[in-house]
Design a protein around this ligand. Structure first.
Ligand code: NDP
Length: 362
């Protein structure tokens, strides 16, 4: 039995690209070579062929790509053609006016740097990591298109773009003969901002939707059912998941969700992943993990039963106990969407808000 028998592969939009149901990201836990290796090889053994990075993943920024790059020269050296490696540029990476956002200068330089760190000739997917309200979209898309034409990326994608920008970006790339294939956005039981327009525009444009933070950075797992474990992300002094997010009310809601998961014979993490997969427009769930067993648990979602209407309704009833409601944003999404808000206003020709400066790695 090969690793590929353990995994389901879904078509990414209307493209020829197939992605594993579960993909692994290096935003967290790839900052040390040993853990990066342990997680990557576990994922690879389980049929996970897609590994997602960005220029600034670390800390320090770039270290996640460097550690994965070592693996491309060692354990994975013979497997380049079996892997989908992605990178992104958009957030702050270096000092000065060319170290973030969406100019051709920044995107091109950043991709060249990422290729060196990853020790590959090309990435499979290169993303514009966030919409830039001040750079013409034609320029940002032109840089992605150029990357594809130069063979430095096989496919182009966008991340956390507001709905109207998804539509415009897809049209520009179509016109350039290098169509966008994928949109990467946050989505989970507690964060629903893409429901409606973003998912609709993404599917209408023929793009696949890969979902990041499907476990709300670990909140939608058994990690926080009894408070905050010392080795969890919320206990870490760095990062977007702050301990004050783990309120008694949230914990009580998570415990109730966990009871539904238990009645379905699955972990809360698997239930949270399965809940997303009920939408056929989703082509991959981009998880993070701090230990190999978590990857194993997440991959098991592919064998779980679909939800009954009653279970889905019960989940909504439990979520309604949260105030603010579940559809409000979590800190990471708020950071991502701080761009989105100004952008949305600009797109509908209202006065744009001040462009946020976000130097934290997303
Ligand atoms: P998740 O929502 O999957 O959270 C991952 C965390 O959940 C883990 O670190 C772990 O927490 C916990 N966990 C995972 N599986 C289990 C399990 N089975 N049981 C118990 N706990 C579990 O995703 P991330 O927030 O890590 O993001 C995933 C990827 O998405 C990133 O690496 C990146 O590639 C991408 N991303 C993209 C963004 C963008 O702007 N495009 C922004 C953010 C992320 P713990 O560490 O506490 O054990």
């Amino acid at each position: 039995m090969s690793r590929y028998d353990n995994m389901t592969y879904l078509r990414c939009g209307k493209s020829g690209l197939k992605l594993p149901l579960i993909s692994l990201g290096g935003w967290h836990n790839f900052e040390t070579p040993d853990r990066a290796r342990e997680l990557t090889l576990k994922a690879w053994d389980m049929g996970i062929t897609h590994f997602d990075f960005a220029n600034n993943y670390g800390p320090p920024p770039g270290s996640a790509e460097i550690n994965f790059g070592h693996l491309m020269k060692s354990d994975l050296a013979a497997h380049r053609d079996e892997l989908i490696i992605s990178s992104k540029a958009g957030y702050h990476m270096w000092a000065g006016p060319y170290g973030e956002w969406g100019s051709r200068k920044y995107l091109t330089a950043s991709l060249n740097q990422s290729l060196k760190r990853l020790q590959v000739d090309y990435v499979d997917i290169f993303y514009s990591h966030r919409f830039d309200p001040d750079t013409p979209l034609d320029e940002t898309m032109g840089a992605l298109s150029q990357a594809v034409r130069e063979g430095k990326a096989l496919y182009a994608g966008i991340s956390s773009y507001p709905a109207k920008a998804v539509k415009k970006a897809a049209k520009i790339m179509e016109g350039l003969g290098t169509p966008l294939v994928i949109n990467q956005s946050s989505y989970n039981i507690l964060d629903r901002w893409i429901e409606g327009k973003v998912l609709e525009e993404t599917a209408d444009a023929g793009l696949g939707m890969i979902v990041f933070c499907p476990l709300a950075q670990g909140l939608l797992t058994d990690r926080y059912l009894k408070g905050i474990p010392h080795d969890s992300r919320a206990a870490s002094p760095t990062g977007f998941l702050k301990s004050d997010r783990v309120t008694p009310k949230l914990v009580s809601v998570l415990q109730e969700l966990n009871s539904i998961a238990a009645s379905r014979g699955q972990t809360l993490a698997r239930m949270a992943l399965g809940w997303i997969l009920k939408d056929p427009r989703i082509c991959s769930l981009l998880i993070g993990a701090s230990r190999p067993q978590q990857i194993e648990d997440c991959v098991a979602v592919r064998n779980d039963a679909p939800f009954t209407d009653e279970e889905l309704q019960n989940i909504e009833t439990i979520l309604a106990k949260l105030n603010p409601p579940a559809t409000s944003v979590t800190p990471v999404e708020a950071a991502v969407q701080s761009t989105t808000k100004s952008t949305a206003k600009k797109l509908i020709k209202l006065k744009p808000l001040t462009k946020p400066s976000n130097k934290q790695a997303i």
